[in-house]
Design a protein around this ligand. Structure first.
Ligand code: BJ8
Length: 384
């Protein structure tokens, strides 16, 4: 595969992918392709893909529908939850509209309670995600993975074969590897692309529905960036290298990436759900029990809903070393208790174990704090 367009255009195309794919989704609906709407990285998407369904992320990331959501939900709730509920209530999200079934998981308290209300608008199925990664928890989660397969089979009146699941596992592992290879470009110093552009690809690729061809497309893009970098390695001058961690940061919260890079830093890696957290681990294709392999891989995601949450530290530890990170910025959404409480542990780990500076930013999807964000980032980056 060859990418003909110039890089800025490719980045912008991916940046617009959520909107651009509305039409593709509509066309798929016309062909009676089922849609499964999801809100979380813990959703084992290979199962829905194995019945030919399109899996679409429904987490909304704009403050447009928050006032409507606040008529029903508490104001001091995470903006991701309010925004997602607001889009469902006002029927403004085409992906929600197209979804035949919504699958949630018992992650944080706000999200799992929201799923109960989403049932007013769409059929909802909630998987019981344990909040730890112990052997007992894995046993429960493996059963939940099998129960999900059975639910999909009964809801859509289809049969999901083990072979079809294995095939989708291979496809998704290829996508994970390709994305990992892509963002690994930023191990280079100076960087070959901005964090803002890297994020557009990572986030936009989740709205590319043809997963079988996605890995090839990402490979081609990686090669193109690599080639341009070899020709012009100093396009972006050396700058402090920042790792971003914390809550998902699509949409309104992308202002934090911009604030870092407008004030002299480069985001070299994202640990969040739109970044390494979703791609780092693969499903073990050689495990004779493919459902156990899927359960094992998904349960190991290091989200703050887990107690304890050692896998987040393990991933951060590796990324800080591999990407020669100078400082960590943690972005949390207001009223996200699990991530906000975990900031203390992350700060201690980054400062004491890794010996580098750390800053936490609590934000929402509005533009109200952009001035303050810029001031704080400028001061932080100048200190590095
Ligand atoms: S695996 S990060 S997508 S739960 S920000 S709604 S935790 S109050 S989004 Fe998440 Fe899955 Fe974890 Fe990833 Fe609750 Fe926090 Fe809001 Fe959150």
């Amino acid at each position: 595969m060859e990418i003909k367009k110039e890089l800025p255009e490719v980045f912008n195309d991916f940046g617009e992918m959520r909107k651009k794919s509305f039409l593709a989704a509509y066309e798929m609906k016309q062909k009676n392709i089922p849609f499964v709407g999801t809100f979380c990285t813990y959703f084992p998407q290979e199962l829905a893909m194995a019945m030919g369904a399109c899996v679409v992320g429904l987490c909304s990331t704009s403050d447009e529908t928050i006032p409507e959501a606040e008529k029903d939900l508490p104001r001091n709730l995470c903006p991701l939850i309010k925004s997602s509920y607001g889009f469902a209530k006002t029927d403004k999200c085409p992906y929600f509209y197209f979804s035949d079934l919504i699958v949630g998981e018992t992650t944080c308290d706000g999200k799992k309670k929201m799923y109960e209300y989403l049932g007013q608008f769409k059929p909802v199925y909630t998987m019981e995600l344990p909040n730890s990664q112990s052997p007992v928890a894995l046993e429960l989660w493996t059963k939940e993975v099998i129960k999900l397969k059975e639910k999909l089979e009964s809801h859509f009146e289809v049969t999901i074969t083990d072979e079809a699941v294995r095939e989708q596992v291979k496809i998704m592992n290829n996508v994970r590897r390709a994305l990992k290879e892509f963002y690994s470009l930023c191990k280079n110093e100076p960087v070959p692309m901005l964090g803002q552009d890297m994020f557009k690809i990572l986030y936009g690729s989740t709205y590319k529905f043809d997963k079988a061809n996605l890995a090839g497309e990402i490979h081609a893009l990686t090669e193109k960036i690599q080639k341009e970098y070899e020709e012009n390695p100093n396009k972006y001058p050396k700058a402090p290298r920042i790792l971003v961690t914390g809550c998902p940061i699509g949409g309104g919260a992308e202002k934090c990436i911009k604030a870092i890079e407008d004030n002299g830093g480069h985001v070299v890696v994202f640990e969040n759900c739109s970044g390494a957290k979703s791609c780092d681990r693969e499903v073990d294709e050689n495990n004779p029990d493919i459902y156990a392999a899927i359960a094992e891989r998904y349960l190991s995601i290091g989200c703050s809903v887990m107690t304890p949450n050692p896998n987040r530290l393990e991933l951060l530890d590796r990324l800080i070393d591999e990407y020669k990170v100078d400082a960590v910025v943690e972005v949390t959404l207001q009223a996200c208790h699990t991530y906000n409480v975990e900031t203390l542990g992350i700060k201690r780990f980054v400062n004491e174990k890794k010996g580098i500076p750390y800053m936490a930013v609590e934000t929402d999807y509005s533009t109200a704090d952009i001035g303050q964000l810029n001031t704080r980032m400028a001061a932080f980056i100048e200190m590095l």
